[in-house]
Design a binder for this molecule. Structure first.
Ligand code: FAE
Length: 535
C-alpha cells in the first residue's frame, strides 16, 4: 500500500523542514502556542498513540499541542546525514549517554559493539529498571524512528483474548485497515526476496525452520520496499541496506513524521514542542488540567519550566512514560481519583532474543537488510506458542549467525511503584518472570537446533548467555484498557484525560505491537471525538 500524499501531508512536511532548517524547537503554526500557557488539547508524546490523537484532533478543528521530550530528526549533521549508522554510532545514537548500550553486548565475546559517545538527546533510549531494560525511541515520531518497521496485525483470536471488551469485528473491519493505510504498510515482493543477497539470512532461517517442521510467514513493514530495491540497484542512497535501523533510518522508512504527524501538522491546528519533558499533571478546581514540563537543551540542562493548561489531556508517552506520569499524579495526590489499576498489568510482550550458529556451508551473507520481513510462526501451537522474527545482524562480514527476536506467550505481569524519596518509579519485574519467556523460546530453538544439528551462539549477550532476557523492545501495559481507563481509553477518576498508547495493552499482543497501538488509538479518537467533543 503506497500512502497517498495529501495536501495536508505536504504542508506538514514543509513545516517539519522549516523547523529543522531554522533549528526551532516549535513545529507548526508559530502563533499556536508561542509561549502561551493554554492549549485546548494537549498530547504528551509523539509516538503512535500521540500522532493518531493529534491528527484526529487537528482534523476536527481542535487546537492541539504535542509535548515531546525528544528532538526533531530532520536536520543533517556535518556528515550530511540526519542519523548515524548502527555500526558507527556517535552522539546522535542514544539519549544522553557517554557510551552506547546496544542490545547485542559483544560479538565473538569482544567489546566491539558499543562505543564511547558524547551526551546528546540521541534517538534511542534504554530505560533501566532492576531486572528489565526497556528500549524506546526519543524524538518527533517516538518508536517509529528506531524500530524495525514490522507492521503486524495480530491474530484475531489472540486479540480478542487479550482485549475481550473491544469489538473485534469493528477493529478488523475499520481500525486495523485504517491504521495500515495511514502507516503506509507494504510487503516485500516474494520474487525479489527469493533472489536477493540481502535476504539470504531470512531464507537460511526459513530452511532451518522447515527442517524442524516449523512454518514461516512473510511480515509486512513500513519500510518502502520499492526504495529498498533501488538501494540494491545502487541508484539511491542506502539506508536499510547500509546497516541503519536502531539509531534511525536516513531513507526509506515511513516513520510517523512522514505519515500521521505530517498530516496532523498540515491541518494547521497542531503544534509540536520538542525537548519538552512533561513531569507532572494536576487538575484545577475548574476541571481543566495543568501539565508541568521541563525544557531541556542539547546538553540535557533544564533551561526552563512551563505550565500549560488544557481542557483535555491525551497521554501518549509510551507504556512506561504514560504510566509514570499517572502513577506520580496519583501517589502525590495531584490526581487522587485515579484507581489502583494505574501501574499494573505491564509486560514485555514475552520478548527474548537469541542467536544460532550455522554450519560453515550455511552462509547468511555479509549483506543483510536491516528490515525484517519474515517470522517463524508457531503461535497456534497450544503447547508452546511463539512468533519469532528473523532478525538481521548486519556486520558487513559473513558471521554464520541466525538471530531472532522471539515473542512468547508469557502471562506474568509487572507492577510499577512510585518512590517519593527520589520522585521516580520502579518496575517490579523479576528474572524469574523473564525465565518463563526463555523457557518457551528455548523449547522452539532447541527443536530447531536438534533438527539442524546446530548450536546456540554464546558470544552475543555477555556472560556466555544464549538468551537475552533482560530487555524488551515491546513495553506494553501499565494503564490497561478497561481497568485504569474505561473501554475507550478514558482515564477513570480523571474526566477529560485519555490514554492512547501502548500502556493500554495488557502486557502481551503476540506480535510486534505498533499496528495494534495505532488501531486502538484510532478507535479511541473516533469515539472521543464523536461523544466527548459533541457535548
Ligand atoms: P512511543 O512510540 O514510545 O512514543 C512515546 C513518545 O513519548 C516518545 O517519543 C517519547 O520520547 C515521548 N515521551 C515519553 N515520556 C515523555 C514525557 N514525560 N514528556 C514528553 N514526551 C515524552 O509510544 N514494534 C513493531 O510493531 N514493529 C517493529 O518492528 C518494532 N521494532 C522495534 C525496534 C526497536 C529497537 C524498538 C525500541 C521498538 C520496536 N518496536 C517495534 C516497538 C514500537 O516501536 C513501540 O511499540 C511503539 O513505538 C510504542 O508506541 P507508543 O505510542 O506507545
Amino acid at each position: 500500500m503506497t500512502p497517498k500524499l495529501t495536501r495536508r501531508h505536504l504542508l506538514g512536511l514543509g513545516a517539519l523542514q522549516t523547523a529543522a532548517a531554522l533549528g526551532l524547537t516549535r513545529i507548526g503554526r508559530a502563533s499556536a502556542l508561542q509561549g502561551a500557557s493554554y492549549s485546548p488539547a494537549l498530547v504528551i508524546g509523539s509516538g503512535y498513540g500521540g500522532a493518531v490523537a493529534a491528527l484526529r484532533l487537528g482534523e476536527a478543528g481542535v487546537r492541539t499541542t504535542i509535548l515531546e521530550m525528544g528532538a526533531l530528526w530532520n536536520r543533517s549533521g556535518p556528515d550530511g546525514r540526519v542519523f548515524c549508522s548502527t555500526g558507527a554510532p556517535d552522539h546522535r545514537s542514544m539519549w544522553f549517554r557517554s557510551r552506547t548500550e546496544a542490545p547485542l553486548a559483544t560479538f565473538l565475546w569482544l567489546d566491539v559493539v558499543n562505543k564511547d559517545i558524547s551526551p546528546y538527546p540521541g534517538v534511542l533510549d534504554r530505560v533501566r529498571y532492576a531486572d528489565m531494560s526497556v528500549y524506546v525511541g526519543r524524538g518527533v515520531g517516538g518508536g517509529s524512528l528506531v524500530n524495525g518497521g514490522m507492521a503486524v496485525t495480530p491474530r484475531r483470536g489472540y486479540f480478542s483474548e487479550v482485549l475481550p471488551q473491544v469489538d473485534a469485528g469493528e477493529m478488523y473491519a475499520t481500525y486495523f485497515p485504517r491504521a495500515n493505510a495511514m502507516l503506509g504498510v507494504n510487503t516485500v515482493d516474494p520474487a525479489w526476496f527469493e533472489s536477493t543477497e540481502w535476504y539470504r539470512y531470512s531464507r537460511v532461517s526459513r530452511k532451518h525452520a522447515a527442517h524442524a517442521g516449523l512454518r514461516t510467514t512473510f511480515v509486512p513493514n513500513v519500510y518502502d520496499f520499492a526504495y529498498m530495491r533501488q538501494e540494491a540497484a545502487g541508484t539511491v542512497p542506502r539506508s536499510a541496506l547500509a546497516g541503519e535501523v536502531i539509531y534511525g533510518n536516513n531513507h526509506g522508512k515511513r516513520s510517523l513524521d512522514r505519515t500521521y504527524l505530517a498530516a496532523a501538522l498540515g491541518t494547521g491546528n497542531v503544534t509540536i514542542e520538542t525537548l519538552h519533558r512533561a513531569r507532572a499533571v494536576r487538575r484545577e478546581p475548574d476541571g481543566t488540567y495543568v501539565v508541568t514540563a521541563d525544557r531541556v537543551d542539547l546538553t540535557g540542562k533544564v533551561v526552563g519550566t512551563r505550565e500549560i493548561g488544557c481542557e483535555r489531556l491525551f497521554l501518549a508517552a509510551g507504556s512506561i512514560g504514560t504510566t509514570e506520569l499517572l502513577l506520580r499524579a496519583r501517589e502525590t495526590g495531584a490526581l487522587p481519583g485515579l484507581n489502583a489499576a494505574v501501574g499494573q498489568g505491564w509486560g514485555p510482550n514475552g520478548n527474548v532474543m537469541t542467536g544460532r550458529a550455522n554450519h560453515v556451508w550455511d552462509t547468511v551473507g555479509a549483506n543483510q537488510s536491516t528490515m525484517p520481513v519474515m517470522g517463524i510462526d508457531d503461535w497456534d501451537n497450544p503447547d508452546n506458542p511463539v512468533f519469532a522474527e528473523i532478525a538481521p545482524l548486519p556486520t558487513g562480514l559473513e558471521h554464520w549467525v541466525s538471530l531472532y527476536l522471539a515473542i512468547t506467550r508469557n502471562r506474568e505481569r509487572g507492577t510499577f511503584t512510585y518512590d517519593p524519596a527520589t520522585d521516580t518509579v520502579r518496575l517490579d519485574w523479576s528474572r524469574a518472570q523473564s525465565a518463563v519467556s526463555v523457557a518457551s523460546a528455548k523449547r522452539l530453538f532447541d527443536r530447531l537446533n536438534a533438527r539442524n544439528a546446530t548450536i546456540y551462539r554464546y558470544d552475543l549477550f555477555g556472560g556466555n548467555k544464549t538468551f537475552a532476557d533482560d530487555f524488551t523492545y515491546h513495553p506494553l501495559g501499565g494503564c490497561v484498557l478497561g481497568r485504569a481507563t474505561d473501554d475507550h481509553g478514558r482515564v477513570r477518576g480523571a474526566p477529560g484525560v485519555y490514554v492512547t498508547d501502548g500502556a493500554l495493552i495488557p502486557g502481551s499482543i503476540g506480535v510486534n505491537p505498533f499496528v495494534t497501538i495505532t488501531a486502538l488509538a484510532e478507535r479511541t479518537m473516533a469515539r472521543v471525538l464523536a461523544e466527548d467533543y459533541a457535548r
